[in-house]
Design a protein around this ligand. Structure first.
Ligand SMILES: [Zn+2]
Length: 313
């Protein structure tokens, strides 16, 4: 595959395909959002789009009041793995302004996330029942007989599968890292290649899957190598767009480890593109996020891209 062309066209094709066919009824609104999303997330392979000015598409999500960044949350969870705590001039602890890693490491604070995280067994059963009913409705709507033997248990199976596909909502970076940060005095590039990713596109609830490569240059501290795929796994087991997934993984590593820099590249195939719409079965979407020294130094960035097999031509 020609890497340079997939970098420039793959992702924007994905953006084009999404709103037009399925959601033509609120076209104007969608269009506006689509353009904003594209401005925010335009992926560049060897030139990094500025992070700071981006607005996060999650910033307007309904939040549980407890997840508000300004909230005076007293639960202190200070560990090396959760450095998202800052001290203000007045000396009080506040949450990190980062929308990506919050105090609990929920990383995607919304009403539903908090509810799901803290539910009782009764509430969990209620959630499952609600999902079952919804899937039964879908079966009816697609023209099936939900009481037919073959699909009788499908609502339950699907509800459970869906909860598994989205289990990342119940995980947080702090628990995953679990203090596995070691002082090694190592300052050379570390790369974990070919991390297999399965995620769900938040626009269609249809899977996308592919491979992620993560690299970082330590600042004396290294992270347990198995933690990198686990961080990627946590973020991918949520409803995602690939651009954000790439960015969230990079930001999380940056925040928990404070290395000299982080680079994340992901290449994947989106079933919502492959199975419908343009039906280009060989299209792959490439996204990257480079932070710190990878952003500043072209040589470092190019070394990473060439080590993961993405040399720019
Ligand atoms: Zn999609």
């Amino acid at each position: 595959m020609d890497q340079s062309s997939s970098a420039s066209t793959g992702a924007s094709e994905a953006g084009d395909v999404v709103p037009q066919t399925l959601h033509s009824h609120h076209k104007a609104d969608k269009k506006r959002r689509r353009h904003r999303a594209r401005d925010e997330a335009s992926p560049e392979l060897n030139g990094h789009a500025r992070q700071s000015k981006r607005r996060n598409s999650l910033s307007k999500a309904a939040r549980d009041p407890r997840d508000e960044p300004e909230g005076k949350k007293t639960k202190k969870r200070k560990t090396t793995a959760a450095p998202a705590v800052t001290t203000t001039e007045s000396g009080t602890l506040t949450r990190s302004p980062s929308p990506l890693i919050d105090f609990d490491g929920l990383s995607r604070p919304s009403r539903g996330t908090r509810e799901r995280l803290e539910e009782s067994p009764e509430q969990a059963a209620e959630r499952l029942e609600k999902m079952r009913a919804a899937v039964r409705t879908i079966l009816e709507c697609v023209g099936e007989d939900p009481d037919r033997e073959g699909v009788l248990d499908t609502p339950t199976r699907y509800a459970k599968a869906m909860l598994f596909f989205t289990k990342g909502y119940q995980q947080n970076v702090k628990d995953i890292v679990n203090d596995a940060i070691f002082h090694e005095g190592h300052n050379e590039m570390v790369i974990v290649k070919d991390i297999e990713i399965f995620s769900l596109c938040e626009h269609h609830l249809v899977p996308f899957n592919g491979k992620m490569h993560i690299g970082y240059i330590p600042r004396d501290n290294v992270i347990g190598i198995s933690k990198l795929p686990r961080i990627a796994e946590m973020f991918s087991r949520r409803l995602q767009v690939q651009e954000r997934l790439t960015r969230e993984v990079a930001n999380a590593i940056m925040e928990v480890l404070k290395p000299q820099g982080v680079a994340v590249v992901m290449e994947s195939s989106h079933l919502c593109m492959v199975m419908r719409g343009v039906e280009k079965t060989t299209t792959s979407t490439l996204t990257s996020c480079v932070l710190g020294c990878f952003e500043k130094k072209e040589k470092t960035r190019n070394e990473f891209f060439s080590l993961v097999g993405l040399t720019r031509r």
